[in-house]
Design a protein around this ligand. Structure first.
Ligand SMILES: [Mn+2]
Length: 486
C-alpha cells in the first residue's frame, strides 16, 4: 500500500457499536454503555523480544521480493470457518502467511508493497478492541469474548514487521493501481477486493513460488521438525501404554490419547490421525477411527504432532496389539521394513526424488513374486506396475508446515527433481491386502502394514529424524514391552 492509500491512523468508525447492534443488544442502557467505557487498566506490553523466526522470515520475504519485483503481493492468513451456526472450526493460519511472517492471527494479511526496486512489508492485523465505542464487549470478535490481542505496536516488536489495521486494507486494495498477486483460497474479502486486478495464472505463479521456496529447510525449521517428531514419538509411547483401554473401547481411545499429547506439547495434530486396527489398516486414510481393537491384530498408527510454529511430523508404525507379531504378520512386516531400508538408503543429495520410491517398490515386487502372489519376472511386474494392487501409494513426500509440503511445486522441482541437503521427506512403503481380495490366500486378507519415517537430506546422505521409534520387528516388540512396563 502507498502511504496515500493507507494512512497511519485509520479513521475511527463514526457509528458506535451500540447503535449498530441495537437490535441485538436491546438491554444496553446509555448508563451501562457509558460505564463500560472506563475503569480499565492500560495493559500495553513494552520491550517485547522478537519471536524466534523473525530473523528467518525477513530473509524469506527478501527472496519473495526478488522474485516478483515491482508487484504488490498479498498473502492472507485466512478467516474463521463456520462449523455450525455460530461455532467455528479451530483456526489454523495459512502456511504461506505463517512461513513469511511467523504470525498465526486470523484475518491477518501480509502485503509486500513495491518500492525502489524492492518491497516494503506491512502486516495488517485487527488491533486491540475499541472500548470507547463498545466494540470490546458488544462485538463477537471483541476481546472480552475472544481474549486479548496484541496491539499493533506489540505485533511490530514481535514480528519485526510494520503493522497496520486490517479493517482498512480491502478498501485500499480496491483503490490501488499497479500489478498485484494474491495467494488464493484463504480470505474471501481480500479476493473480492482484488477480483478485477488479478488473474488465476499470475496468482498461481505466486503460490508455486512459495511452495518451492519451502523445499529446503533452514536450521530453525529443521529444529522445529525434530521437535514435532520428538513429541510424536512420545505420543506413540502414550498409545502403546493404553492399548488395553483401546481394546475395551475402540480406535477412538487411541486417537484421543495421541491428540492429548499433540495439544499439550504442540499446536495440534498436523493431519487427521489414522488409528487403524485389524483390516482397517488396509484403508489408506482411515480416520473414522470407530472400529474395534483386537488382540492378535495389527494396529497401523499414522499420526503427527504439529508444533506451535506449525511444523508437523508424519510417522507410521504398525504394531502387534498384543505385543507379538504372528508368523505371517512378521513376514509381511519384514518385507515392508526391507523396502523401507532400501528406500532410506536411496535418500541422498544428488539422487532423483523418484529414486527412493523405485528402490522400495523393487523390494516389495520381489517379495510379492517370491510369495507367489504375482507372476514374475520382477522386471515385468515393475514395468506393468502389477505390484501396485498391494503397494497402492507413492513411497513418500516432502514434509514441513504442510504434511504434504510443497504440493504446488512444479513437477521438475519436485517429483522429477533432485534431492538437496535440507529437504525433509517421508519414506513410507506399505503392503495392503484388502479383506475382500480374492487373489491372495485367505490368511493374508485384512493385513495392512506401513512403516513411515521422517528423513532429512544431509550433505553426505540422510538423517532419520524419527529414529527414536524402533522399526525392526524384534526391536518393536522389545520397545512395546518396555513402554508397557514403564
Ligand atoms: Mn506420509
Amino acid at each position: 500500500m502507498s502511504e496515500e492509500l493507507m494512512p497511519e491512523t485509520p479513521e475511527e468508525t463514526e457509528e458506535p457499536i451500540k447503535q449498530r447492534k441495537n437490535g441485538l443488544y436491546p438491554g444496553v442502557s446509555d448508563e451501562l454503555a457509558e460505564n463500560m467505557k472506563t475503569g480499565w487498566a492500560d495493559t500495553e506490553l513494552h520491550g517485547l523480544e522478537p519471536i524466534a523466526q523473525a530473523g528467518h522470515t525477513a530473509g524469506r520475504r527478501a527472496a519473495l521480493s526478488a522474485r516478483f519485483p515491482g508487484e504488490r503481493l498479498v498473502i492472507p492468513a485466512g478467516n474463521l470457518k463456520t462449523r455450525s451456526n455460530d461455532t467455528e472450526y479451530a483456526f489454523r493460519a495459512s502456511t504461506e502467511y505463517a512461513y513469511l511472517t511467523g504470525d498465526q492471527t486470523q484475518d491477518g494479511v501480509l502485503v509486500l508493497e513495491p518500492r525502489d526496486g524492492g518491497h516494503d512489508a506491512t502486516i495488517y492485523l485487527l488491533p486491540r478492541s475499541n472500548r470507547e465505542n463498545g466494540e470490546f464487549w458488544l462485538d463477537g470478535q471483541g476481546e472480552l469474548w475472544v481474549g486479548r490481542r496484541h496491539s499493533l505496536t506489540e505485533a511490530e516488536q514481535l514480528l519485526k514487521i510494520p503493522a497496520k489495521d486490517v479493517r482498512e486494507l480491502a478498501a485500499a486494495l480496491k483503490e490501488a493501481t499497479g500489478p498485484v498477486r494474491n495467494v488464493r483460497g484463504h480470505d474471501a474479502g481480500i479476493e473480492a477486493a482484488l477480483t478485477d486486478k488479478v488473474t488465476a495464472e499470475r496468482d498461481e505463479e505466486l503460490r508455486v513460488y512459495l511452495s518451492e521456496a519451502r523445499a529446503v529447510k533452514d536450521d530453525f525449521e529443521i529444529g522445529e521438525l525434530q521437535k514435532a517428531v520428538d513429541s510424536t514419538v512420545r505420543g506413540f509411547e502414550d498409545v502403546v501404554k493404553i492399548l488395553d483401554k483401546a481394546e475395551a473401547t475402540s480406535e477412538r481411545y487411541i486417537e484421543g490419547t495421541f491428540f492429548l499429547r499433540a495439544r499439550v506439547e504442540g499446536n495440534d495434530i498436523g493431519y487427521g490421525s489414522i488409528c487403524a486396527a485389524g483390516p482397517h489398516a488396509t484403508t489408506l486414510h482411515w480416520v473414522r477411527n470407530d472400529g474395534d481393537v483386537r488382540s492378535g491384530d495389527l494396529l497401523l498408527l499414522d499420526a503427527g504432532v504439529e508444533t506451535h510454529t506449525l511444523y508437523t511430523a508424519d510417522i507410521t508404525r504398525t504394531l502387534p496389539i498384543n505385543g507379538t507379531f504372528n508368523d505371517l504378520q512378521r513376514k509381511i512386516y519384514d518385507a515392508v521394513y526391507e523396502a523401507q531400508e532400501a528406500g532410506i538408503a536411496a535418500v541422498k543429495p544428488g539422487a532423483k526424488f523418484r529414486d527412493f520410491h523405485d528402490a522400495s517398490q523393487r523390494v516389495l515386487a520381489e517379495k510379492l513374486v517370491e510369495w507367489g502372489l504375482v507372476e514374475g519376472p520382477v522386471e515385468k511386474v515393475l514395468e506393468l506396475g502389477l505390484q501396485r494392487r498391494w503397494t497402492l501409494h507413492g513411497t513418500g513426500h516432502m514434509l514441513g508446515m504442510d504434511v504434504h509440503d510443497c504440493a504446488a511445486a512444479r513437477r521438475e522441482a519436485y517429483a522429477d527433481g533432485t534431492l538437496e541437503p535440507g529437504m525433509c521427506l517421508t519414506v513410507e512403503p506399505g503392503l495392503y491386502f484388502q479383506a475382500d481380495d480374492l487373489t491372495v490366500p485367505e490368511e493374508y486378507r485384512g493385513i495392512g502394514v506401513r512403516i513411515e519415517d521422517d528423513i532429512l537430506v544431509t550433505e553426505d546422505g540422510n538423517l532419520n529424524l524419527s529414529a527414536g521409534l524402533p522399526r525392526r520387528w524384534d526391536e518393536v516388540e522389545a520397545w512395546m514391552a518396555r513402554v508397557k512396563q514403564a
